[in-house]
Design a protein around this ligand. Structure first.
Ligand code: G3P
Ligand code: MG
Length: 346
């Protein structure tokens, strides 16, 4: 039995080696699992020299559907059960702030309209609207929107001239930038009532603005990284500044923000891990994070004092020079990362 297990067993250290995995660019690209991903996860699932299940968490800036729906799809993609208790996505952290808006009208952006509405209602938001609801109320809100696209998602029938929005929450990467930026600019300048008069900055009721993923780019299955929610934020702020003279203040969640990492640690602490070779143990810390995006992933891991291993299968491309944030190690893929971490017994 190696020193690793003996040390953990004898001293009953309540924090076995625990991993955090990023998803896009580390485990999957688009809809396809990376070749190394299945073996890397099976090593942690017990196929290792310690003969024990080694705990891990998935932490992604992705989103747009419920945690259970995403985990169901990931389980199919990766060929093993991914438990929603081990999964945090961009907007999961909103569960910790829903109390601020639970009884107030909020506009949610990103993903498919009604699907996202159900995610928000599942967190406890009670008055959830989408920009497609707004179009159904008055399609002249955005004359440039492609109305030929039949929206398959059901909409809510509401008179938005009587609805005062408290917040705009960007859960996931929005697909309809023209419509969404138009509605965001209307709501903020009118103090929350869509067709209300634009008011001077010092007079208007503030509308809170929240983004859940700062990624300017992310790794899908195209050869080069693709624009993400961070690009949408830049586009909105550029338009809003041109209209009003200044960008609009907002709250940012998602990797690398501290709120998301604290939420992940809290989730781990609440997690009792039954492990066949060790007594039931309590996670108290992350030991190593396996990541592909230096700007969000490595920056966040460094700030959270997690050890990090940067893989070359995602956003980071060594041909473009060294990473903007220094990882603990750099390897080819996630399987090499898991093997290195277990050898080094971080
Ligand atoms: O929209 C998903 C993208 O921003 C990155 O996802 O898994 O690499 O954090 P992930
Ligand atoms: Mg990634």
């Amino acid at each position: 039995i190696s020193s690793f297990v003996r040390h953990r067993t004898v001293h009953k250290v309540a924090s076995p080696l625990a991993f955090v995995f990023d998803i896009d660019g580390v485990l999957i690209r688009g809809d396809n699992p990376l070749p190394a991903a299945k073996h890397a996860l099976s090593i942690l699932d017990g196929n290792n020299r310690f003969g024990i299940k080694i705990p891990y968490l998935l932490l992604t800036n992705g989103g747009g559907v419920s945690e259970s729906a995403r985990c169901h799809k990931l389980s199919q993609q990766l060929g093993m059960k991914i438990d929603p208790e081990r999964f945090i996505q961009a907007h999961t952290v909103l569960k910790s702030v829903v109390h601020k808006y639970a009884d107030l009208p909020v506009l949610v952006l990103g993903g498919k309209g009604n699907t996202l509405r159900k995610v928000a209602e599942g967190y406890g938001f009670k008055h959830v609207y989408t920009t497609l609801d707004i179009l159904a109320w008055n399609r002249s809100v955005c004359p440039l929107h492609d109305h030929t696209v039949e929206e398959r998602e059901p909409v809510k029938t509401v008179d938005f001239s009587k609805t005062c929005f408290a917040a705009i929450i960007v859960f996931h990467d929005p697909p309809n930038w023209f419509l969404d930026i138009q509605v965001m600019c209307d709501l903020i300048q009118s103090g929350g009532i869509l067709d209300g008069p634009y008011q001077p900055k010092h007079m208007r009721k503030p509308v809170d603005l929240v983004f859940c993923n700062p990624d300017l780019v992310w790794k899908s299955d195209f050869d080069r990284p693709r624009l993400g929610q961070g690009a949408f934020k830049e586009a909105f702020q550029g338009v809003f500044k041109s209209l009003t003279g200044a960008p609009y203040p907002y709250t940012q969640f998602g990797k690398p923000t501290e709120a998301t990492y604290k939420f992940a640690e809290q989730m781990l602490r609440g997690q009792l891990v039954e492990n066949s070779s060790l007594d039931s143990v309590l996670w108290q810390q992350i030991d190593v994070a396996l990541l592909d995006n230096p700007e969000s992933d490595i920056a966040g891991a460094n700030a959270a004092r997690w050890k990090s291993i940067l893989v070359r299968t995602g956003v980071y491309d060594p041909r473009q020079g060294p990473p903007s944030h220094r990882p603990t190690h750099e390897v080819e893929d996630v399987e090499q990362a898991v093997q290195l971490a277990l050898e080094q017994e971080f």
